[in-house]
Write a new protein. Structure first.
Length: 148
């Protein structure tokens, strides 16, 4: 199961597809229509997916895309992966396959925060980022444990 800011919307989308399948199974046989409808629902959802090393971006609404807002390019129709802050974007989800990337990021932050040569001001800037990384890791772990 996904975690992250966009997880609820993604889970709801697939729950809707599941409900449609259950309702179709209880109704009179209209297999061709039902299969096409489900295929179209899945195609629509899959068409918004952009794979990233640390997240999956379900780019449904450019107005909600944090990457576009931060770059000031709201007219784009695709996300800006280089500007992605998936821990805050409402369209991003994290999955167990992303855990190693986030773990490596946490380890890097810990190395910098524990290094006496890193200036105090830089450590102050890094701490919130490290805490956000740990929060994402906890969400991935709890989602995997509760739904795995």
């Amino acid at each position: 199961m996904p975690s992250g800011p966009g997880a609820r919307h993604l889970i709801d989308a697939f729950d809707h597809i599941d409900t449609t399948l259950k309702e179709a199974g209880q109704a009179a046989p209209v297999i061709l229509d039902t299969e096409r409808r489900i295929e179209n629902m899945l195609r629509t959802t899959a068409g918004t997916l952009h794979l990233g090393a640390a997240d999956y971006c379900w780019f449904r609404d450019p107005a909600q895309a944090l990457c576009l807002r931060m770059a000031g390019t709201a007219e784009r129709t695709t996300p800006l992966a280089g500007h992605c802050d998936s821990s805050r974007c409402p369209q991003a989800t994290h999955h167990p396959c992303h855990q190693p990337v986030w773990q490596e990021r946490a380890t890097t932050f810990e190395a910098f925060l524990g290094n006496p040569r890193v200036p105090a001001g830089e450590k102050k800037r890094l701490r919130p980022e490290h805490e956000r990384t740990l929060k994402v890791l906890a969400q991935i772990d709890s989602s995997e444990g509760s739904h795995g």
